[in-house]
Write a protein that binds this ligand. Structure first.
Ligand SMILES: Cc1cc2nc3c(=O)[nH]c(=O)nc-3n(C[C@H](O)[C@H](O)[C@H](O)COP(=O)(O)OP(=O)(O)OC[C@H]3O[C@@H](n4cnc5c(N)ncnc54)[C@H](O)[C@@H]3O)c2cc1C
Length: 389
């Protein structure tokens, strides 16, 4: 277990949850000289790969957190920059979305496991002289005219002027604030798998393959297989049914059915299956309680927006807390979540369209649209989250 500093009894801002959102918020507060406590119920940070893509706008936020550029350079060095998303029908290319013309210092999508992104943010926080307080599970948050009192499972209390729920989808802070989480769940399950394989199109692009059985995303990850055989890829697939930890034969069969002959899977590194919801918190603030990241919005992983939106929330909220302009935070960031939920929902529904006629229409329309530069560039800008500067 990591040894962490004792929990103080008072602070200005209590940040509940040290995932990517809480870490980005904490770094922003530390840079601004705001007194805060960051706590997490886990004894250690998670080491699973989860969100695998960091978009251009998030790398710009890293540059705002460290204008020397060293922070974004550290992350970029741990990943693979990819300049193209290729949309396919099965293995057949339909359209491409290019990032290399984007007006940003980072004209690419960076493929990198979530634990690396968290490690880079934590490294920056520690360099600023602050660490995460672990393991402290917040069980209640009550507010009065002067502040918020958080109580932990061990019975300790922390008094703060403000408390932020960066505590994920099942947020305790959101429940304590009485804020609704409006939306519903998709019918399909999503399978995630990091595999070592040979993939005919190669590691220079991300593929989003449509198919009657569902959407399959194939994206390169850093790292090779044993003795250099194959390389690492992230698979995300919508499925009607799957075991909770899909095994190697399951993933092989799935790719053999959907991408005939294109993928030869050697090894399974990590896998998970989960139901996805699309929900947005009705408000981002109730008095002294605030929400950010998955506590405020969840959606389909199509396009890899979840963690990116959370990091950007954390940064925006840190600035709003430092400036004392909290209403601006909700006004700026909630519309972004609504737009991201709508975009990922559209992508998921187009990709999983059922019925031969609908799919044929889609496969005709999409290549035609993708030949229009304004459509192509608009989609790239939206995926890179550059419209949310
Ligand atoms: C299996 C899996 C696969 C995913 N794949 C993708 C993907 O491919 N692409 C993508 O964009 N996103 C993906 N996501 C989502 C992505 O991981 C999240 O969007 C991102 O982690 C959100 O960050 P967050 O900091 O807001 O919340 P989280 O990462 O959930 O962090 C919340 C933190 O709060 C802590 N916490 C919770 N409750 C309490 C409490 N009561 N007291 C103290 N601490 C608490 C938790 O321990 C945790 O560390 C995936 C998620 C999972 C689980």
């Amino acid at each position: 277990m990591t040894s962490t500093p004792a929990l103080p009894s008072r602070t200005e801002v209590a940040v509940v949850g040290a995932g990517p959102t809480g870490l980005a918020l904490a770094v922003t507060l530390a840079e601004a000289g705001v007194d805060f406590v960051l706590l997490d119920r886990q004894a250690e940070g998670a080491n699973t790969s989860r969100a695998a893509v960091v978009h251009a706008r998030t790398l710009e936020v890293f540059d705002e957190l460290d204008p020397s550029g060293a922070l974004s350079a550290d992350l970029v060095a741990r990943g693979i920059p990819v300049s193209r998303f290729r949309i396919r029908d099965g293995a057949r290319p339909l359209a491409a979305v290019d990032f290399d013309g984007l007006p940003t210092a980072h004209p690419y999508a960076l493929m990198v496991p979530q634990y690396e992104t968290e490690a880079v943010l934590l490294g920056r926080l520690r360099a600023l002289g602050v660490d995460v307080h672990r393991p402290h599970e917040v069980t209640s948050a009550t507010q009065d005219a002067d502040g918020v009192t958080l109580t932990t499972a061990a019975g300790e209390t922390l008094r703060a002027a403000y408390a932020v729920g960066a505590d994920g989808m099942h947020s305790t802070v959101r429940t304590a604030a009485g804020i609704g989480f409006t939306g519903s769940a998709y019918d399909e399950s999503f399978v995630l798998a990091d595999v070592v394989m040979d993939w005919a199109p190669g590691p220079s692009e991300v593929s989003l393959a449509f198919g009657a059985a569902g959407l399959t995303v194939i994206a390169p990850l850093p790292g090779a297989g044993a003795e250099g055989a194959g390389r690492r890829y992230r698979i995300v697939a919508t499925v009607a049914e799957a075991p909770s930890s899909p095994d190697l034969p399951f993933v092989r069969a799935l790719l053999a059915e959907r991408l005939r002959g294109e993928a030869r899977v050697h090894d399974l590194v990590w896998s998970s299956r989960f139901r996805i919801h699309h929900r947005v918190a009705d408000r981002y603030r109730a008095g002294r309680l605030l929400l950010a990241g998955d506590a405020a919005h969840v959606h389909s992983p199509a396009g890899g927006q979840g963690m990116n939106t959370g990091i950007q929330d954390g940064h925006a909220l840190g600035r709003a807390l430092a400036a004392g302009d909290l209403d601006a935070y909700e006004a700026r960031r909630r519309p972004v979540a609504l737009r991201v939920v709508a975009l990922t929902d559209r992508m998921t529904r187009v990709a999983t369209a059922r019925g031969r006629t609908l799919r044929a229409l889609r496969n005709t329309l999409l290549p035609a649209l993708a030949r229009i530069p304004a459509f192509r560039n608009g989609l790239a800008r939206e995926l890179a989250e550059l419209d949310y500067r």
